[in-house]
Design a binder for this molecule. Structure first.
Ligand code: NAG
Ligand code: NAG
Ligand code: NAG
Length: 824
């Protein structure tokens, strides 16, 4: 049905060439020598082909061949050496080293502990049903405060870092539990505080003993950290039992399982024979069990403190090379230090976002701080190799091992780096700390291969890998993702130009970035190009599947947002056209700043932003809207395949066969214009549309139309009138980008409205009115839902405004802070 293009093939001319080669001649000797020459030639070609195939095969995992972006790492940046860089945990600290000592927290209520370890909290997990959790203050460098509501209990975790010595200094974490519920005072809670060293860390750890009593902490020494101790100080509340575990864990991804497997029930005779869950102490494979007969060394040391609520303890990491500390960072000294940092934070938050000046109320500002802090506090440090694939590799191959310093979309659901999310995160992070953002950008661009490609999802290291279903791990080098880092860079140039030029190191980062931006651009401009001049097409859609109502376009970032029903080479995608235009204009801006010749990019921008070209490629005269173009029909449905005529042994399974797509009318080449939604807005969202264009007036009217995108909570992703509005893509895939409200695109809409309201033109006052209304709707609803549920969400229901899907989603949903601050 779908019109397929024949791939260009050189096979025919090849065989013709071979036939032409002289295989028979009259001279025998000649025959032999011809034959030999022919053979040599064939061998040579063969070797050449093999060599070339080998070359092609290795390109996908060969790094881009220019100076590295990250030139300072680990202890070169001592003040960001330690951090809460394990965002997938409720609380965990590690260093920015490939292999690190990691510290973390688990807790449980003994009367809620269940078989299988249920009830032990460690990784951020929706299944724990916590009422709320997240950083409410975090500055990305020196401290953070997190609040966690576990049933009627409130657990507060804060940390403070203190420089000193040559190994990244000290830090202390304070952990407390409290409850408002009088009946639950004195309830038992068990805190497990651990340190572990990753397999390839050079060094050791062991339980630390105070002069008297049980081990309460860890001591150790590693290459990066030198000698260190982690000591526990319980200083308020009643401790009922203490125990510890010193063992070998098989990996960071099974720490909780290791703890659970070793918990025992013990009777404490001093406490009236009461029973406690306790850790067994040393639990190391016996001598002789190890490979070389040596006693195995512990790599995982846990202290468990079972206490009565309310309770508070400090866990102090002290660096051995920090010799002149005047006092330990615990008890009052800690409180004092924390207080100071909190004051600085509040002050700086107001200076940066000016929410108080804008008249926001105290609790609204607290909300904004929480949204912002959980994004920044969710910045992680990962190390490992992605798995990638190209048409030339036989199956997936490992990428090179590399670090990634990046924020994450959601600490529970997506605690790893995502390329297109990160460009949005960058807007908020750069507003706060430009150097952190430049470092994040640098890490991402070091993941570029020699082709100019960056894998879009980064699943690095054991912990990350264990949270991703196998079929989603491999990244394909034909697949793009919106190049949102150009949004970040554009934002930095617009809003932070003075900060950028104020430090030589920042400009030289841009210098190193420039060739990589060019390569990235070229990669898009070549691999995602469309058939018609100036058109672009997302690759990676499945043209042969009959399982999906509309084959997804994961690469576009908008997953199941409906596109042409029958993917083929005639497709052109309006959002991608606009992303490429943004990319070209941003590179030309950077070229100007760096005194480089960016003519090529400003020409390309001029060409792609030409509204006549845009209209020719993407404006549907029928519906008066921008749209994709392709081989399309709206007449598709999901149906259960009919059972076979005669019941056969397979009958049972057939009845349960998945629904398949049935096409009721042949598709034709046309605009995909019965679908109105986010994609239709892109020329407006990325501000390519000219301010005088009557099409701007039309778009503004469409935005305001409640039958299309307008709701009291923000713009829905797909118009109510669209054929695919709220339709599941398969029986198992509920609608995702087919109606619900997404905050990243709403931020772009608010930003565009602000732009058109400030740009002279016939529609500026209309844009201004809608700007205020839309911004208010979004902010009001997200805050309302935060109060109601305790969380910021991945998306919001377009009928009720309710938060849905994953939580906390303080990736791009935290852009609400920039809307409150009106920073675009
Ligand atoms: C396309 O979908 C079909 C059927 O669902 C599947 O068998 C095939 O592997 C898919 N192709 C690609 C390239 O993913
Ligand atoms: C992008 O590709 C088009 C079409 O091949 C080409 O004309 C244009 O010069 C390219 N732009 C840049 C900046 O390389
Ligand atoms: C390290 C420390 O201070 N441990 C104490 C915690 O509380 C229990 C009981 O209150 C003491 O026995 C420990 O010495």
């Amino acid at each position: 049905m779908a019109r397929q293009r024949k791939p260009l093939s050189v096979g025919h001319s090849d065989s013709k060439y071979l036939k032409k080669s002289p295989s028979h001649t009259k001279k025998d000797g000649g025959f032999l020598s011809y034959w030999k020459q022919g053979l040599a030639f064939i061998c040579l070609v063969f070797a050449g082909v093999i060599g070339y195939m080998g070359y092609l095969e290795t390109r996908v995992n060969t790094p881009f061949d220019e100076q590295k972006m990250v030139i300072q790492s680990g202890l070169d940046v001592p003040d960001r050496y330690w951090g809460s860089y394990r965002p997938g945990l409720y609380f965990g600290m590690k260093t920015r080293d490939p292999y690190s000592v990691v510290s973390g927290l688990m807790w449980y209520f003994p009367n809620q502990l269940r078989p299988g370890g249920y009830g032990i909290r460690h990784w951020c997990d929706d299944g724990d049903n916590l009422g709320r959790y997240g950083w409410i203050e975090h500055d990305g460098r020196t401290f953070g405060v997190q609040e966690i509501e576990d049933g009627p209990f409130k657990i507060t975790v804060s940390f403070v870092k203190k420089p000193g010595g040559n190994h990244g200094g000290d830090w202390t974490a304070r952990i407390s539990a409290a409850t408002q519920d009088g009946q639950l005072q004195y309830e038992l809670i068990s805190f497990l505080l651990y340190s572990a060293i990753e397999e390839k860390t050079k060094g050791w750890i062991k339980p630390y003993r105070f002069e008297s009593g049980l081990p309460m902490g860890v001591s150790g020494e590693t290459e990066g950290l030198g000698a260190f101790t982690v000591k526990l100080y319980n200083h308020s509340g009643q401790v009922e039992h203490e125990s510890y575990l010193s063992t070998t864990a098989q990996g960071l991804h099974i720490l909780k399982e290791t703890v659970f497997a070793s918990l025992r029930v013990a009777t404490d005779h001093r406490k009236g024979n009461r029973k406690f869950f306790v850790l067994p102490g040393e639990l190391l494979p016996s001598p002789g069990a190890g490979a070389d007969g040596k006693r195995a060394e512990p790599n995982f040391v846990v202290t468990q403190v079972t206490a009565r609520v309310p309770f508070e303890l400090d866990m102090a990491f002290e660096s051995g090379s920090h010799v002149d500390r005047s006092e330990n960072l615990i008890m009052n000294a800690y409180s004092r230090e924390l207080n100071q940092l909190q004051n600085d934070f509040h002050h700086r938050f107001e200076e940066t976002f000016k929410l108080q000046t804008k008249g926001y109320k105290t609790d609204e500002i607290a909300f904004a701080k929480a949204a912002f802090s959980n994004l920044l506090g969710g910045v992680g440090y990962f190390y490992g190799a992605s798995r990638v694939e190209s048409p030339y590799t036989r199956g997936p191959v490992p990428y090179w091992k590399a670090p990634l310093y990046s924020a994450v979309p959601s600490r529970s659901f997506f605690p790893r780096g995502f390329l297109w999310d990160e460009g949005f995160h960058g807007l908020l992070i750069s507003s706060w700390d430009l150097d952190i953002e430049l470092d994040i950008i640098s890490h991402w661009f070091d993941l570029m291969n020699v082709e100019g490609w960056i894998p879009r999802e980064q699943i690095l290291g054991q912990e990350a890998l264990s949270r991703v279903p196998e079929q989603f791990v491999t990244q394909r080098n034909s697949n793009a993702n919106p190049p949102t880092f150009f949004l970040t860079l554009h934002f930095i140039l617009q809003n932070l130009a003075d900060k950028l030029t104020e430090k030589e190191s920042r400009l030289s980062t841009l210098e190193r970035l420039y060739p990589r931006l060019q390569a990235w651009f070229d990669w898009f401009n070549v691999t995602q190009i469309g058939d018609l001049s100036g058109s672009y097409r997302w690759r990676g859609r499945n043209a042969t599947t009959n399982r999906e109502l509309n084959p997804v376009t994961l690469t576009s970032g908008l997953d199941d947002y409906p596109r042409a029903s029958h993917p083929n080479v005639d497709e052109r995608h309006v959002d991608l056209h606009c992303w490429i235009a943004l990319a070209a204009s941003t590179i030309s801006e950077i070229a100007k700043l760096l005194n480089k010749n960016g003519q090529k990019y400003s020409n390309t921008y001029g060409y792609l932003a030409d509204n006549n070209l845009l209209d020719k490629l993407h404006w549907s005269p029928r519906t008066q809207a921008y749209s994709d173009f392709g081989l399309h029909t709206d007449a598709v449905v999901l149906k259960r395949p009919p059972p076979p005529r005669s019941p056969s042994p397979g009958y049972q399974t057939h009845q349960n066969a998945d629904k398949i797509r049935v096409t009721l009318k042949d598709p034709e080449l046309r605009f995909v214009d019965s679908t109105f939604g986010y994609v239709s807005l892109f020329p407006f969202l990325l501000q390519i549309l000219e301010p005088e264009s009557p099409k701007l007036g039309k778009i503004l009217d469409d935005i305001k139309n409640p039958e299309l995108l307008w709701t009291n909570y923000g713009l829905r992703s797909l118009a109510k009138t669209a054929p695919m509005y709220m339709k599941p893509n398969t029986e198992h895939d509920p609608p995702y980008w087919r109606g619900p409200i997404w905050i990243n695109l709403n931020y772009m809409a608010v930003r565009a409205l602000n732009h058109y309201s400030k740009t002279r033109g016939p529609y500026s006052s209309k844009a201004e009115t809608i700007y205020h209304e839309l911004k208010q709707n979004i902010i009001r609803n997200i805050i309302k839902e935060y109060r109601r549920t305790g969380y910021i969400w991945e998306q919001y229901n377009d009928k009720t405004g309710e938060g849905q899907r994953s939580r906390p989603f303080t990736g791009w949903s935290s852009l609400v802070v920039l809307m409150m601050a009106e920073i675009y």
